[in-house]
Design a protein around this ligand. Structure first.
Ligand code: PEP
Ligand code: MG
Length: 840
């Protein structure tokens, strides 16, 4: 007798691949047949098939029923019901996209508006700028060869189709195993799940037996049936999945007949901007990425896997330019401006110069930060603060080292246990931790034991539903019930401790007794390893996370038990301020800059040091450059953050000095709101970037700019390159707004453009001397060849900029000062002249 469960479909993006595959995973744990029915459309689907679930085209709010039938139907019903009510509503997030969301196309840069340019506009989906000749790539077409494919008996064709499915899956598995975890691997896994989908295979067989067609034709028919269903769905997200199904189908056809039908694959062997109608993810993976400088697609959407891959590979990409593959001939010189969504064809000399400068500036900014990656974490006055990284896989550890990590301050192990049907065994974990230790090359690595439950559910543990999971059964609280799980992990960590500098850390500790119990477990496991003759580090340092507020008041007792502490600012903030870290409704309350939280941090760090122990911090707060002066002022030993943020945080640290930062801490803990704290930190960051209004990097004495527009942009770019503005386009607009009220030519070939803008982060003066003068749009004035830009932050108090402008104007009336400026041959001379003038 079947059991039914009715529910309303909860997910905003409908039944897309990720929730469908989660549903499939849970359904696969049972032997019963589990049918999903969309009562709104009448579509029914096999819950053990991702494709069939996706093809049910279910939208948020549709009434649905699950029918469970079979020998273990009671357990299956309960498991499915629990999953659908508790976990399924949280399955809507898509692949993590490691860049800011794409925006609408912007206008041509102001400096190029007067140019006669051939420009195509589309959606910028992966940022960056590139210039190279166009290579027009053909999309794979799914058509049988003329005369069709050879055909055997139905049984032969079914066997061939199944063989192709197996071969393609084996090839994909091989590719997955040689691809490090990350976006590319996730996409390969999505393709593997299509090739291994039981519904897909069943439909292919059905087509062969019904129509007596070849395996190839059956594959194409099945693929186009899915494609039609998804295309009709009205959901952009689902429509963008059609490309994945077609991609897998063409790989299957290749596995069957050794070649892809009617495919005109273009391989690129030199730098190119790749242009295509659309590109299958596997085509992009197969291209030599060193040469793919940019990607422009007629289709491709925002969330197609090709676009997600482009972001992961750092390839600038623009989509949604109809017929672009027919418009641009191969070999045409093309600039892709994927910051603005522009494709500039056969650029003019001015456009080429503008973008060369833009690329150069971006490169310089990256290089400047990269320089800090290799430097030690040290303040301007020589105080060490270890800058470590958070990681969750051996590959991430290697990447962290490349970004300049001085250790791994938090290796989160729960990721190794998620998205699979059973936990990794001791051997698998041992190999991973050993690899982690080796990848860190002898630098310290803190391995945190399993922190599951709460926001990190593991389906195979069948944890009971909880009223309040964050305050419930999670992390070390589970270890007594799952001794095999934790013992396997601890043994694996201990065994790997011989291969590097490993430490072990326990999450969610709230009492001394808990630590004693954990240490006893560790001692027992060590005795077991001793009996086996295993080699490991007997003195492996033991630490705990400080993320439950009670620990802050037990540091004296806990210091007798452990070697080190690491503050988990994410959880400590949420528990201390009673504001859920994941609930956007209370995100205004969830801030580590709350003065009371800063008092708590100071108290913890002081206490730990009073007891001569080591303390780090590994929550998100660690990656915020604004908080760096606080860490230095607190005297914390280490901060651990996302690898990509390390250079910027080290740069911030190199500008800080201990006495100032201690004073800053003393002042912010007395403030009354997080806003005042943030205001003070921003003011400090701005003052630190040198109180100097002008530096050598803000002066360029041989500019090739040939128009007022170009020259103003070059000035703003000087500020951007030195990190003194956060949005150059908006600062440029502010300068022009002033210019349009009244041009700022002063006579004598000099102009003083200026602005006050919230996007100026440090008050600045930039200077440009032009090789050839440009008109300043004042008919009765000489052209201008010497420009002085004054950019002031909106946060600046008073009328500072007016004073500077008035003072400068007065000075410029003196021929001697003008002559000195004009005659200067080095940036330093200009800087000195301004310093003398400003101090006067
Ligand atoms: C924390 O709570 O700050 C922390 C680092 O742990 P997680 O974010 O994994 O809970
Ligand atoms: Mg935590």
């Amino acid at each position: 007798m079947a059991i039914e469960f009715a529910f309303v479909f909860p997910l905003k993006n409908g039944m897309h691949a990720r929730p469908a595959s989660r549903l499939q995973d849970v359904a696969n744990a049972y032997r019963s047949r589990i049918t999903f029915i969309n009562r709104h459309t009448g579509a029914s689907a096999n819950s053990k098939s991702t494709l069939s679930l996706v093809a049910s085209v279910t939208h948020q709010g549709d009434r649905c029923t699950l029918i469970v039938e079979g020998e273990d139907e009671k357990a299956a019903y309960e498991g499915m019901q629990r999953f659908l009510t508790e976990e399924f509503p949280g399955c809507d997030e898509e692949l993590v996209i490691p860049v800011a969301a794409p925006g609408a196309p912007r206008d041509l840069p102001r400096a190029l508006k007067g140019e006669q340019l051939r420009v195509e506009t589309g959606a910028p989906v992966s940022k960056g700028i590139a210039r190279a000749p166009a290579a027009v790539l053909s999309r794979r077409t799914l058509e049988p060869p003329p005369g069709g494919w050879p055909r055997g008996t139905d049984d032969d064709e079914v066997a061939r189709a199944n063989g192709a499915l197996r071969d393609a899956q084996a090839k994909m598995r091989e590719q997955i195993s040689s691809t490090p975890p990350g976006v590319e691997q996730a996409i390969l896994k999505a393709h593997l799940s299509i090739a291994g989908d039981p519904d897909f295979a069943a439909r292919v067989e059905e087509a062969i037996r019904l129509r007596h067609c070849s395996a190839g034709e059956a594959l194409l028919e099945t693929s186009s049936r899915y494609a039609e269903t998804l295309a009709r769905s009205g959901s952009t997200y689902l429509q963008e999945r059609v490309l994945d199904i077609q991609d897998v189908t063409s790989q299957l056809v290749a596995a069957l007949y050794g070649t892809v039908p009617a495919e005109v694959q273009v391989h690129i062997t030199a730098d190119a901007i790749c242009i295509a109608d659309n590109l299958a993810p596997s085509q992009l993976i197969a291209l030599d990425k060193r040469h793919v400088k940019g990607l422009v697609l007629a289709h491709g959407g925002m969330t197609s896997h090709t676009v997600i891959l482009a972001r992961a590979f750092g390839i600038p990409c623009i989509t949604g330019i109809p017929d672009i593959h027919r418009t641009i001939p191969p070999g045409e010189d093309v600039i892709v401006d994927a910051d603005r969504g522009l494709v500039i064809r056969t650029p003019s000399a001015q456009a080429a110069r503008f973008y060369a400068r833009e690329t150069d500036k971006q490169e310089r900014m990256k290089t400047k930060l990269r320089r800090f990656a290799g430097l030690p974490g040290i303040s301007a006055d020589g105080k060490r603060l270890e800058i470590a990284a958070n990681a969750a896989s051996p590959e991430e550890v290697a990447a962290a080292m490349a970004h300049g990590a001085e250790g791994i301050g938090l290796f989160r192990t729960e990721m190794l246990f998620m998205d699979r049907k059973e936990p990794p065994d001791e051997e698998e974990q041992y190999r991973i931790y050993e690899q982690v230790a080796k990848s860190a090359g002898g630098k310290p690595v803190i391995i945190r034991t399993l922190d599951i439950g709460g926001d990190k559910p593991i389906p195979y543990l069948h944890l009971p539903p909880e009223e309040n999971p964050f305050l419930g059964y999670r992390a070390i609280r589970l270890y007594a019930e799952y001794p095999q799980l934790i013992n396997a992990q601890l043994r694996a960590i201990l065994r790997a401790s011989g291969s590097g500098n490993l430490k072990v850390m326990f999450p969610m500790v709230c009492s001394v007794q808990e630590v004693r119990t954990l240490k006893q477990r560790l001692q027992e496991l060590m005795r077991g390893l001793d009996a086996e003759g295993a080699t490991y580090n007997r003195q492996i340092p033991i630490g705990i996370m400080v993320e439950i507020p009670s620990v802050a008041f037990l540091i004296d007792q806990l210091s007798r038990e452990v070697d080190f502490f690491s503050i988990g600012s994410n959880d400590l903030t949420q528990y201390f301020l009673a504001a859920d870290r994941a609930n956007t409704k209370v995100s205004h309350l969830y801030t580590p800059f709350h003065p009371s939280f800063l008092r708590l941090l100071k108290q913890i760090i002081d206490e730990v040091h009073r007891h001569k122990k080591w303390v780090g911090l590994c929550g998100e707060m660690g990656g915020n450059p604004l908080a760096v002066p606080l860490f230095l002022g607190f005297g914390i030993d280490e901060i651990s953050l996302a690898p990509s943020l390390i250079p910027a945080v080290k740069e911030a640290l190199h500008r800080c000095a201990v006495p100032e930062c201690e004073a800053l801490v003393a002042s912010v803990v007395q403030m009354e709101s997080p806003e005042s704290v943030e205001g003070a930190l921003k003011e400090y960051a701005s003052s630190q970037r040198g109180g100097a209004l002008i530096t050598g990097g803000l002066v360029h004495l041989c500019s090739a700019s040939t128009s007022k527009e170009e020259a103003i942009r070059e000035l703003v770019d000087l500020l951007h390159g030195e990190g003194r503005v956060d949005d150059p386009d908006l600062v440029e607009d502010a300068v022009w707004a002033r210019e349009e009220t009244y041009p700022t030519g002063m006579g004598f070939g000099v102009a003083i453009p200026h602005c006050k803008s919230p996007h100026v982060t440090v008050n600045s003066i930039a200077v440009l001397k032009l090789d050839a003068p440009v008109a300043w749009k004042m008919p009765d004035q000489d052209p201008v060849h010497f420009l002085i830009l004054i950019a002031i932050s909106s946060a600046a108090k008073g009328d500072q900029h007016l004073k500077i402008i008035a003072g400068l104007a007065r000075k410029l009336m003196h021929e001697e000062f003008r002559q000195q400026l004009m005659d200067a041959t080095s940036s330093q001379t200009i800087v000195r002249l301004f310093e003398q003038h400003l101090s006067a």
